[in-house]
Design a protein around this ligand. Structure first.
Ligand code: HEC
Length: 321
């Protein structure tokens, strides 16, 4: 029987294909038998690369070991280049190789808009201190002591405003010379309270409503100074700066935003901003500033009060309440 002799070029190609198939499918198949797991263990791409490079080096050494070996290997290559297998196949292959290489290089190099590996977690909380879970906004429901202190201040016409609005209030006082400093907050509950104050008979309900208005007024003022540029006039996440961020501020008027979190979480997020977020908040970074650096606790709580009020939402009630 005549021994089938294949050329050294073809045997190199077959060896390469066999080694590739062995690493790609053979090893995972064997691994499945060995580990008895219901899935194969794939060979990592880097390891595959190393195996193939080693195989090519070995084949190169083998072919170049002797002059005969080398010329045996090169024979079909020369024949192909001289058009021994036909001119059309030669043209096609010689054109295809640069096109394929160019296409691969293009694929690797062309910038792509990549989908993030994981979805961003909207309310990352792995480093959220649990003690904040039950924190309440001290301005949502003023105590009797708060209300009577407010009434005393109002009687003396000496109301304490947050420092950021004091100058405006003073200038307004000089310009208009009002009967009472609280006229600066020209809303119905405040007018009612001031009328009662004049008549000398203040009821707690009216005083409390007036105090709420005063706190809301301060909160809104602080909001427009500090947050409006990003979060927008009506907390819709459409402030003039909002378009500049990959991670836009959300529309707090939507259900499913600040309504779904406990107010202690909102407080913590406002205090620590983007820099305080845990790694699961990536891939996009939040531009939220770290407000604990520039606003006092009282100011932050008042802003949050105004923020929920502007959105017409209430925070989620903590578990167990
Ligand atoms: C420089 C722009 C910028 C400013 C100024 C800013 N924020 Fe934000 N804020 C963002 C962005 C962007 C997000 C959305 C990304 C995120 O979740 O951190 C956000 C998110 C929030 C959230 C949502 C948190 C959550 O888990 O849903 C709250 C609450 C918030 N901001 C409150 C405020 C308050 C209060 C102020 C003002 C004291 C303020 N922000 C000022 C950019 C800003």
């Amino acid at each position: 029987m005549k021994k089938l002799k294949i050329g050294s070029f073809l045997s190199m190609v077959i060896t390469l294909v066999l080694v590739y198939a062995l690493v790609k499918w053979g090893i995972p198949a064997v691994s499945r038998e060995v580990t008895t797991l219901p899935f194969p263990l794939p060979v990592p791409g880097a390891l595959m690369f190393i195996y193939m490079v080693l195989t090519i080096i070995a084949l190169f050494l083998f072919v170049t070991f002797s002059d005969e070996g080398l010329s045996d290997f090169l024979r079909p290559v020369r024949k192909f280049l001289r058009g021994g297998y036909g001119k059309i196949p030669r043209t096609v292959i010689l054109a295809a190789v640069p096109v394929l290489v160019g296409w691969q290089v293009y694929e690797i190099k062309v910038p792509k808009a990549e989908v993030p590996a994981s979805l961003r977690i909207q309310h990352p909380s792995s480093n959220f201190p649990r003690s904040f879970e039950t924190k309440e906004n001290p301005f949502t429901n003023p105590t009797d002591a708060d209300v009577s202190a407010f009434v005393e201040q109002a009687k003396a016409n000496e109301i304490e405003f947050v420092p950021q609005v004091r100058e405006d209030v003073e200038r307004w006082m000089e310009e208009t010379d009002p009967g009472h400093v609280l006229e600066f907050v020209p809303v119905e509950p405040m007018k009612k309270f001031l009328a009662q104050l004049k008549s000398g008979k203040v009821d707690a309900e009216t005083a409390k409503a007036a105090l709420m208005e005063k706190n809301l007024f301060e909160g809104r003022a602080l909001y427009s100074m500090n947050c409006r540029a990003c979060h927008g006039d009506s907390v819709a996440g459409d402030g003039p700066m909002a378009d500049g961020f990959k991670l836009r501020p959300l529309n707090f008027n939507d259900n499913g935003t600040i309504e779904t979190i406990v107010v202690g979480y909102t407080f913590w997020r406002v205090a620590n901003g983007g820099p305080g977020l845990p790694p699961e908040a990536t891939p996009w970074d939040s531009a939220m500033p770290e407000w604990k650096l520039s606003l006092t606790e009282e100011e932050r709580w008042k802003i949050i009060l105004a923020e929920y009020d502007l959105a017409q939402k209430t925070p989620r009630i903590p578990e167990g309440h």
